[in-house]
Design a protein around this ligand. Structure first.
Ligand SMILES: [Mn+2]
Length: 314
């Protein structure tokens, strides 16, 4: 399996139970409507589109434990997704998961890690930590806890998705773009020694130290999964993020970082999450999401490439 592989499988996960009813269950359909399949084909990928993972709707369910809303359904969706991702990666496909709220990352990474014998690193782009646990959560929403679960923290139901073990060792995680962590998340990040480049770090030190760390991960780890929460991008460019961010990464920064990752790491899969099409303006967030997916998978893609592919003279 290598990043020269052009076989891409897209899986939609219309899940919003991990969040506060943010409209992100419409994300996968909207990104498909925006032409992700044909756009990735145009730049040379062979694209396979699977059916969406089935998710029960909020009104069929009881939220249950107030510290772990909709736990049972999220566990079931995560296991279904993990099986699919595991199978696709074993079949030498790279995988694009379209969320959905960020808890879709739990099943995606659990499946990918198992398929790759746990030789997997995770690059995580997000304004938030997503490393709360059942004990520290302020909301009870699992989209703020799944990253802790991947590292083995939190309730067994979440840490045992797909296989009962740690999926990502904390030193194989790189967190980028954080600006909004809870106090308990800082604590856990510190205890675990998670490598982080917050918005503040990026503004004060620019991209040099981050680039060194990405190169370091690429050298140490044979496979990388990338998780992109659209809320790390400034609302000027990503108005359709479920929680629009007034102090997010600018286009030049997110485009450069994703392109660099795609050129240097063996990216086996990507999830793009927390997209609410109802908040989007002229589909620009969906368009940007597709562009960043292509960059993360190692293709040189921009509005210009896209323009050229539509205007071929022969
Ligand atoms: Mn997130």
């Amino acid at each position: 399996m290598s990043n020269n592989n052009d076989g891409i499988t897209i899986i939609g996960v219309p899940l919003d139970l991990g969040a506060e009813n943010l409209g992100v269950d419409n994300g996968p359909e909207a990104i498909k409507q925006q032409g992700i399949e044909s756009k990735l084909k145009d730049i040379g990928f062979q694209v396979k589109l699977l059916d969406d993972i089935l998710v029960k709707s909020r009104d069929q369910l009881n939220p249950g434990n107030p510290r772990l809303h909709y736990l049972d359904e999220i566990v079931s969706v995560s296991n279904d997704l993990a099986n699919k991702v595991d199978e696709q990666i074993r079949n030498d496909q790279r995988v694009v998961v379209l969320g959905g709220d960020h808890s879709v990352n739990l099943g995606a990474v659990s499946g990918a890690a198992a398929a790759l014998d746990y030789n997997l690193g995770l690059i995580y782009l997000d304004a938030h930590g997503d490393i709360n646990t059942e004990e520290t959560t302020l909301t009870g929403n699992i989209h703020g806890m799944h990253l802790a679960a991947l590292m083995g923290h939190g309730p067994k139901a979440l840490t045992d998705i797909h296989q009962p073990r740690i999926k990502i060792e904390s030193n194989n995680l790189l967190h980028i773009g954080g600006s909004d962590f809870d106090e308990a998340e800082w604590q856990l990040a510190k205890t675990e020694g998670i490598k982080m480049f917050t918005l503040f770090d990026l503004l004060t030190s620019s991209l040099g130290p981050l680039v060194d760390e990405i190169k370091n991960m690429a050298a140490r780890l044979p496979y990388i999964w990338v998780s992109l929460d659209l809320d790390c991008i400034d609302q000027i460019y990503a108005p359709g993020a479920a929680m629009p961010n007034a102090k997010g990464l600018m286009y030049r920064e997110i485009a450069t970082i994703t392109e660099y990752i795609g050129q240097h790491c063996n990216v086996v899969g990507v999830d793009v999450v927390e997209y609410n099409p109802l908040l989007d303006i002229k589909h620009k967030t969906a368009e940007l999401g597709i562009e960043l997916i292509a960059k993360l998978l190692g293709k040189n893609y921009s509005w210009y490439t896209n323009y050229l592919s539509k205007n071929k003279i022969n």
